[in-house]
Ligand binder design. Structure first.
Ligand code: ZN
Ligand code: ZN
Length: 468
């Protein structure tokens, strides 16, 4: 039987946009401050999960909700399970949006909103690919489980729980990166660098804060200075000069004996720190021009001398590269400094190729830390993951992609972590097409609507090749 994938995909254009709009309009950001027994990651992500599982039920699939933190939509039969792994959580909106990030808005052939490209849009396109196979009644010999996680942007709580409770698929892909295909994912680890040092009464910095998520280059950084301990006019003038750099913008607010400086750079994904302009390392660099006390100097000089623009971790003593997976990258993304506390922190997010362990890296960092500082591995660390380009899964996915899109480029490695690594034979496959602007985690995130329809076509054919 001959299948016109393009024509059949086109039929789902309006339904996909409608479902995506409803899903984007749910603010599914991890919110553990409002967690309950029923909603361990807060209500938003679970609401989004129920929404997509509801699409599956509506369309006649078998679905399962695992403790409101993950779930699947199932199709086909047999013991062999193909896993398709997407996520319904999103990173926080951040600043700089033109439209409401949680009201999907269509403009010039694009759909704007947080999650449209990461990962609600591509996930739903892959879901519609599966629905297309079902609606056509194509014969299948294997089972597919489309698994949705709710904590991909943070700790992977939901997908990890899912794999403990449910059968783990043997092989599969995640539509949560780019085309053609990602068969190598760098290790991901965050190092918490803690400075333990008492303050003295010469302090000029009351607080310094920056960073929303450890996987995002911070767009804004704020320092509150004690106006009584500085020459306010001189600081106003030198800060204004500093932000004259075209990559930066600044804001100064005075009142209550405080001078608050806010610096804005550019947010980006931590796997590609060069793409962003790290507001915190720039602001710390500015602060080192002021008359700091020992504690302040220790913290801000370390940021300025070691972390600022150190994208490859050279100053941190962890730079190395792998022939197939590329170089390590380092992105210092979260900062907590307060004059009232003896302890100040920095979280550095590192993506590393095969060849080293996070333990080795933390030891290397420890060798170059200043006095009063120490480093540990923080939170959920993931080792590097690699599937051979000769694997039949990789060959099938690539062949499907190449049949629908004119691009013969080879599989690649990335610094991002996708659910592909949850499976022994797991890769990431789409949904960003070559040459498209990568707006994941950025303000004004969008997806081109024609691309979404093309994704249905690619995913439908790819899934069918793997389960027929
Ligand atoms: Zn993401
Ligand atoms: Zn994602």
């Amino acid at each position: 039987m001959s299948i016109d994938w393009k024509k059949d995909s086109e039929k789902y254009r309006d339904d996909l946009i409608k479902d995506l709009t409803d899903l984007v309009n749910i603010e599914s950001v991890r919110d553990v401050e409002h967690k309950t027994d029923d909603y361990p990651l807060g209500p938003g992500v679970s609401k989004a999960l129920k929404q997509v599982l509801g699409y599956g039920e509506r369309d006649g699939f078998v679905t399962k909700n695992v403790e409101n933190v993950a779930g699947h939509i199932e199709y086909g039969q047999g013991d062999d399970i193909l896993g398709v792994l997407g996520h319904v959580d999103v990173v926080p909106a951040g600043d700089g949006w033109v439209t409401d990030p949680f009201t999907a808005t269509i403009k010039d052939g694009k759909i704007y909103g947080r999650g449209t490209s990461d990962d609600k849009g591509p996930s739903l396109a892959a879901y519609y690919g599966l629905k297309l196979i079902k609606d056509l009644g194509l014969p299948v010999s294997k089972k597919v489980r489309f698994i949705f996680g709710t904590d991909e942007e943070s700790e992977w709580y939901g997908i990890t729980r899912y794999m403990q409770v449910e059968k783990k698929p043997e092989y599969g892909f995640s539509p949560d990166a780019e085309f053609p295909l990602i068969n190598g994912e760098k290790g991901i680890v965050s190092f918490k660098i803690t400075f333990d040092q008492a303050n003295d009464d010469q302090a000029i910095v009351k607080s310094f804060t920056s960073g929303v998520r450890v996987n995002m280059v911070p767009q804004t950084a704020t320092v509150v200075l004690n106006a009584d301990k500085i020459d306010v006019e001189a600081v106003r003038s030198s800060f204004t000069d500093f932000v004259a750099d075209d990559k930066l913008s600044g804001d100064i607010v005075e009142g209550n004996g405080e001078l608050t400086l806010t610096l804005t750079g550019k947010g980006s994904h931590a796997m590609d720190p060069k793409e962003g302009v790290n507001s915190a390392t720039y602001l710390a660099t500015y602060l080192t021009s002021l008359n700091l006390n020992d504690k302040e100097k220790n913290y801000f000089s370390f940021i300025s001398n070691t972390l600022h623009l150190d994208f490859d971790g050279k100053n941190l003593n962890i730079a190395y590269s792998d022939a197939t997976m590329g170089p390590l990258t380092a992105s210092p993304d979260i900062y907590e400094y307060n004059e009232k506390q003896d302890s100040a922190n920095i979280l550095v997010n590192v993506r590393y190729p095969k060849g080293k362990t996070d333990e080795e890296l933390v030891n290397n960092i420890s060798e170059v830390l200043p006095e009063h500082a120490s480093a540990i591995v923080d939170g959920h660390a993931q080792p590097p993951h690699f599937v051979s380009a000769d694997d039949e899964l990789v060959a099938n996915l690539l062949a499907a992609y190449r049949d629908h899109y004119d691009d013969n480029s080879e599989p690649m490695s990335i610094g991002g972590g996708t659910y592909g690594r949850m499976l022994d034979r797991g890769v990431a496959f789409g949904g960003l097409l070559p040459g498209r602007e990568n707006v994941m985690h950025q303000a004004n995130e969008y997806m081109i609507i024609d691309d979404l329809v093309l994704l249905i076509e690619i995913y439908a054919d790819a899934i069918y090749r793997l389960i027929k």
